[in-house]
Structures are given as structure tokens and as C-alpha cells.
Write a protein that binds this ligand. Structure first.
Ligand code: IMP
Length: 427
């Protein structure tokens, strides 16, 4: 069966985990293809609220195999803690939580360097999550990184490798005038978790080939969002991986023709954490209201998210870039109670109207949103199953976004619970 890709259409936090959770029952395997502990995915089901950072959220389905793919950068200590939380809640992962031997390891020096770099950038800092993501991908691309396969070495070899890697990292730490990390202690910590981690490490390329041959239903789970993509996002205010469709290929080992369905997840408004351009940002009471109502605080860092109106220019960019044929629209309920709902249809750049999303961050910073508006709907509970039961103005808003994007919203989410999901006719 062709694979399904779930990816973020905006700046992350679109509610991807809910859609993954909703569709998971039709899949055998879920593979996360990029990022690391910077992500925060929340699932609310009958057993309560679960927060995920590195482990694919699909693990909550007992028959699903969850894979941390080769495109990820994995913090093994954060992984141990996340796994511990799942085990505490009696989620049995034995034999069905796997880690690609080709995934990179986030080392303690990566996290330290992340914070040192952010400190040095001062007011121009990226606003990273501090999880070492940028430095870990830098090590990968400069071919100095450790891979998860290194956990399969002997204890002595692992100790030696971690020591060398940390000493290498300390050379960067020194550039910032910061005290070096203890290579010996870190190496001992790695050896201590080796037994826990090593049984889960597997050659995922071989596995993926087998799954394809066996006709397994594979879901590829993205983290962050298209506008944070290292190549296609608002560089340098981005994360360090490919969160858009290309990353789903390179980060999983599937081929383009294996992808049957790509669903872009979009919030019914927009949010962003960290620095960088955000043309439709609302720094007023409406922004505060969206933040409070939408509980827009980071799952990973707790930081308040910047909030704004839906940006059709940016959304169109994401639709085209990812070749999307359908979207899921989440958090529609958060807009309830707004007297007027605005959406950005174009930008004004240096006195001219433009309809495209500039790749150049300096230009994007100068873009001012041009809005259209529609009447809102009362602050009421939204329907839980049938699109037709939504308030007329809510339906009109969804239809307007669909028309302007030229794309169908297959799912509409009206609350955090699984049951608060409207599935449209052909989804
Ligand atoms: P990093 O990925 O920690 O290096 O952070 C780079 C940028 O991506 C910062 O603006 C972060 O706030 C943002 N970012 C990283 N992960 C997420 C996420 O899961 N959701 C939203 N923003 C994120």
C-alpha cells in the first residue's frame, strides 16, 4: 500500500499528532523522518494526555510498529526518559519500537553548543529549543557525527568513540570560552544506557524494503513545519532538518513513488515559536485571546507561541512545495467567539502587492499582510462529526480557505479529543 505522509504546513505545532492518531488505526507502521527532541506532539485519547518528543506518537496503538527514522537526530538520554514515561503508563513497546541504525546521535556537547550559539547571537538568536538540533545536524553534515549504530559496538569501543566525539565537541566549546565537558563522564553515561538502547537499533532500509514487499501500510510522521524547513523555510529562522516532503523521502528510505497520500496539517490561524518573520502576527488582544484559548504554549519549552491570522500566501507556498492534494484544518474551535475573522490574501512589499511567499528573509521581513475578513461565529461548542452541523460562518470560513488554496480539507479538528474530528466525505 502506498505510504501516507503527515507534515506541518506552517511553523509547526499544527496538531499533527492528532491527525496521526486519528489515521493510525489504518496503518501498520509509523516512521518519524526528521528532527529530534525539539518536537512536542500531544495526543489526547481515552487513557489521558500523552506528550511525545522523539518517539512516534503512533506507538499508542498496540499493534503498530513505531520507527525512529534515519533522518532523525536522537538524544539517547531524553529517549530513555520518554520511554520511561510510556512504560510507567503501561504502554508495552517490546519489539515494536525501533531505531534506525543510520539516525544521528545528539551528544551533550551539541546541546551545550546550541545554548552557547544562541547566547552569542543575542537579540538575533534563532530561539531554538535548546535540544542541540542545529549542532547535531552540523556534525552529521560535516561527517563528524555519531550514528545510533555506534551503540552496537563493544562497551570499550563505544566508550572510546564517545570520548573522542566529546573531545572534538570541546574544541568548539572552547571557541566560546566555555568550560569543557567531561568526556570521561559522558562516555560512562553512554555505556550505562547501551543495554537499554541497543536492542532497538535496526537496519531500517532492509526493514522498509520488507514492509513494502509485505504490503504494509506505512505512515511517515513529520515534525515541525514547512516554514521551518532548513531549505525552504524562513532561513536562518528555521530548524536544521527538511520538514517538508523531501525530508519524508531522505529521512525514511522510501522512494517518491511509494508515497500515495501527503496530508498537510494547518491550524485555522497561525502560530510561531522562536524568532523570525511572521507577517500576520497579532501583537494585540486578539493575539492574546488566540494564545489563551488555543493554549498556545510550547509542549517542549513551555514558551508562549506568537499568534496571528491564517496566511494564505504562506499556505499556498506550502501546498505547492509539498504537492499537497488535501489538508487537515485544526483548532477551528479556537476561532469561535471572534467577531471578525481575517485572513491574509497577499502581501504589500515596498508599496507593491505580491502574491508569493519570498524566499529571501530580508524581503519577507518587509512584507505587510493584506487582509480580507469574514464575520465570525459565536463562542459555542463546535460539531463533532458532521461538517454540516458547524455554524454557517465557520463553514463559510473553511470553504473560503479551500477555494483560495484550491485544495480540500479532509479533516477538521474542533477540539483536542479524538472525537472532536470532522472527517469529510472522501477522507
Ligand atoms: P531548533 O529546532 O531547536 O534548532 O529550533 C529552531 C527553530 O525551530 C526555533 O524557532 C524553534 O522554536 C522552532 N521549532 C523547533 N521545533 C519546533 C516544534 O516542534 N514546533 C514549533 N517550532 C519548533
Amino acid at each position: 500500500m502506498p505510504a501516507t505522509v503527515i507534515l506541518g504546513g506552517q511553523w509547526g505545532d499544527e496538531g499533527k499528532a492528532k491527525v496521526v492518531d486519528f489515521l493510525m488505526s489504518r496503518h501498520d507502521v509509523v516512521l518519524r523522518f526528521q528532527g529530534g527532541a525539539n518536537a512536542g506532539h500531544t495526543v489526547v485519547n481515552d487513557d489521558g494526555t500523552f506528550k511525545f518528543h522523539q518517539i512516534p506518537s503512533g506507538i499508542l496503538y498496540p499493534d503498530v510498529t513505531a520507527v525512529m527514522g534515519n533522518g532523525m537526530v536522537i538524544d539517547p538520554f531524553a529517549f530513555r526518559d520518554e520511554l520511561g514515561e510510556l512504560l510507567k503508563r503501561s504502554i508495552d513497546v517490546a519489539g515494536r519500537l525501533l531505531i534506525s541504525s543510520a539516525a544521528q546521535v545528539v551528544m551533550p556537547h551539541h546541546k551545550f553548543i546550541d545554548s552557547l550559539m544562541e547566547g552569542e547571537l543575542k537579540k538575533n538568536h534563532i530561539g531554538s529549543t535548546g535540544k542541540g538540533i542545529g549542532p547535531a545536524y552540523s556534525s552529521k553534515h560535516s561527517r563528524r557525527g555519531m550514528r545510533m549504530s555506534d551503540f552496537l559496538l563493544s562497551k570499550e569501543e563505544l566508550h572510546e568513540l564517545v570520548t573522542r566525539s566529546t573531545e572534538w565537541g570541546n574544541r568548539y566549546v572552547e571557541l566560546f570560552g566555555a568550560p569543557p565537558l567531561s568526556a570521561k563522564k559522558i562516555a560512562a553515561d553512554f555505556v550505562n544506557i547501551q543495554e537499554l538502547i541497543s536492542p532497538m537499533i535496526i537496519d531500517t532500509q532492509e526493514l522498509v524494503t520488507k514492509w513494502k514487499a509485505d504490503g504494509k501500510n506505512i505512515m511517515l510522521e513529520g515534525a515541525q513545519g514547512t516554514l521551518l524547513d532548513i531549505d525552504h523555510g524562513t532561513y536562518p529562522y528555521v530548524t536544521s532538518s527538511n520538514c517538508s516532503i523531501g525530508g519524508a523521502i531522505s529521512g525514511s528510505g522510501l522512494a517518491p513513488r511509494d508515497i500515495g497520500r501527503a496530508i498537510g496539517i494547518f491550524k485555522a490561524y497561525a502560530t510561531r515559536v522562536g524568532n523570525g518573520p511572521f507577517p500576520t502576527e497579532l501583537e494585540d488582544e486578539t493575539g492574546d485571546c488566540l494564545r489563551d484559548k488555543g493554549r498556545e504554549f510550547g509542549t517542549t519549552t513551555g514558551r508562549p507561541r506568537r499568534c496571528g491570522w491564517f496566511d494564505l500566501v504562506a499556505a499556498r507556498y506550502a501546498v505547492n512545495l509539498n504537492g499537497l492534494e488535501e489538508i487537515a484544518l485544526t483548532k477551528l474551535d479556537v476561532l469561535s467567539g471572534q467577531e471578525k475573522i481575517r485572513f491574509c490574501v497577499a502581501y504589500e512589499l515596498d508599496g507593491e502587492r505580491i502574491g508569493y511567499f519570498p524566499q529571501n528573509v530580508h524581503l519577507l521581513n518587509r512584507c505587510k499582510p493584506i487582509y480580507e475578513e469574514m464575520p465570525g461565529w459565536p463562542d459555542q461548542e463546535l460539531g463533532r462529526g458532521d461538517f454540516e452541523d458547524l455554524p454557517e460562518n465557520a463553514k463559510a470560513y473553511v470553504r473560503t480557505l479551500e477555494e483560495r488554496l484550491g485544495i480540500h480539507a479532509s479533516f477538521i479538528s474542533t477540539g483536542p479529543e479524538r472525537s472532536s474530528t470532522i472527517v469529510r466525505e472522501d477522507a
